[in-house]
Design a protein around this ligand. Structure first.
Ligand code: TRP
Length: 463
């Protein structure tokens, strides 16, 4: 069997694919809008603390379990311990992956739509509901809300995004995923940096900086705390087995510690730079940061169209954001497909198509959540959130922290010391890393995550 197993071509290939999974809509679309929604710096502080104390140790744990077993999540959790009930942690991840991808793909569709709007504007074609030159913040916000309220368009672009994801996953690991990730990541980093530099010259730059780095105690809520913790997992793609699956293709000679730290730093920097850019543009036009999910789709055209070649840059930005979303979506679908292929023996190609179609269907109510239909306004009146919001909450705030907790306890307590030492120390780790990781994984992170859940349930009052 060993000869049939796929592998990354080298360490850079793995880092690129892992970073490709981590960097996505979470960094550019989600973090800025949830930070804006929760009032600013306190959310960022919780998120950063959670990246270091909870998400990074969980990332190491996932890659370790993946590489030690060489199996997809459900099997992997049954292989390193006598107790096969650990497999439920893997199964939970597969469910989380399907739920997250179902709404992620809808937002992925928005990036395709906006890239098309940018292309039309570049060609000088102004469509009704398009991106007119020199539009005000208000006009751009109307454009977004108009689009959001159109179920047909949302379903169409959700479908196109899902199709693209299926096509890459069908091709398998280094043939599809790695090649796509390599090229795109490099261009994306360049663009994000250039935009952040441009944003720092805007009049709103100082206000954006203060907004991000001045935590206000009055912004505290248990929901915000859980959401920030959930987002740290979401952003690093941990808690549902995606990194475990990628780790299962990682060669024994590459350092898990070094790789994880690089991916975590890179992902966090991109998230902070993108947030700064978006807030700086927003504040420069007196646009409140609490715009909701449309924030990036309003601020980027707003900030760019005053520049020479602004429409072209808008087109490029959303095309790249689409690519970043695609390399993330691939990792979500990959987990579900890889587990399914292992369990049923169905071939990868057919499994990719069928599971992709299933997730597309699960995403339909999310695609119409911006409209007056039941899953949008109806549910909003009924339970206070749309279907889209509900999927995000269940997937990102509940299942990911739960999955990460399971992974940490598994790696910390059920996996033998011998296996862990072999995996982490055997590949030339960073000095002191193993002991620090051990303490975080066995005690700090599980207790911390459990406390966050208890705080939310009202059983414990930390603050
Ligand atoms: N990390 C990606 C982002 O920030 C999203 C993502 C990809 C993800 N794979 C994942 C989230 C696995 C959770 C689990 O956009």
């Amino acid at each position: 069997m060993e000869t049939m197993k796929q592998h990354w071509t080298n360490r850079t290939g793995f880092i690129m694919a892992a970073a490709g999974s981590a960097v996505g809509l979470g960094n550019v679309w989600k973090l800025p809008y949830v930070v804006g929604h929760h009032g600013g710096g306190l959310f960022i502080a919780f998120y950063l603390i959670s990246v270091v104390l909870f998400a990074l140790p969980a990332l190491v744990a996932e890659i370790l379990v993946g590489r030690a077993t060489g199996a997809p999540p459900i099997q992997a959790f049954g292989m390193l311990s006598q107790r096969t009930s650990w497999r439920w942690v893997g199964a939970l991840g597969v469910v989380a992956g399907a739920i997250i991808l179902s709404f992620y793909s809808v937002v992925g569709g928005w990036t395709i739509f906006y890239s098309a709007l940018g292309a039309f504007a570049t060609l000088g074609i102004t469509l009704p509901g398009g991106l007119p030159a020199h539009a005000s913040a208000e006009t751009l916000s109307n454009t977004f809300n108009h689009f959001l309220g159109n179920p047909g368009l949302n379903i169409l672009f959700h479908g196109i995004f899902m199709l693209a994801t299926i096509l890459v996953v069908r091709k398998g690991i280094s043939g599809g995923i790695e090649r796509v990730a390599r090229v795109l990541m490099t261009i994306l980093v360049g663009i994000v940096l250039a935009l952040a530099i441009y944003a720092s010259t805007l009049p709103g730059a100082q206000e954006a900086w203060n907004f991000m780095w001045s935590p206000k105690a009055s912004d505290f809520s248990s929901e915000a705390l859980l959401e920030a913790v959930g987002h740290s997992f979401f952003s690093l793609s941990v808690g549902m087995g995606a990194m475990l699956t990628y780790g299962s293709y990682l060669g024994k000679e590459h350092s898990i510690a070094g790789t994880s730290v690089i991916v975590a730093i890179f992902d966090t920097l991109v998230a902070l730079l993108a947030s700064f850019t978006i807030f700086a543009i927003g504040f420069s036009s007196h646009l409140a940061p609490g715009q909701g999910p449309g924030l990036v789709f309003i601020t980027i055209p707003l900030g760019l169209h005053v520049l020479p070649l602004g429409s072209l840059m808008t087109f490029l930005f959303f095309t790249l954001l689409f690519c970043a979303a695609l390399t993330s979506a691939i990792s979500l679908l990959e987990v579900v497909v890889a587990s399914f292929v292992q369990v049923t023996g169905m071939n990868r190609s057919a499994a990719s198509v069928w599971i992709g179609l299933g997730i597309f269907s699960l995403g339909l109510p999310s695609a119409v959540s911006g409209s007056t239909m039941f899953f949008g306004q109806g549910m909003s009146k009924w339970i206070g959130m749309t279907w889209f919001d509900l999927m995000d909450k269940i997937g990102s705030s509940w299942l990911l922290p739960l999955g990460a907790l399971g992974t940490l306890v598994y790696a910390g307590w059920a996996v033998s010391r011998k296996t862990k030492e072999k995996e982490i120390l055997g590949d030339g780790s960073i000095p002191g890393f193993y002991s620090a990781w051990n303490v975080l994984t066995r005690f700090v992170a599980p207790i911390g995550i459990a406390l966050v859940f208890l705080q939310l349930s009202g059983l414990v009052r930390l603050v």
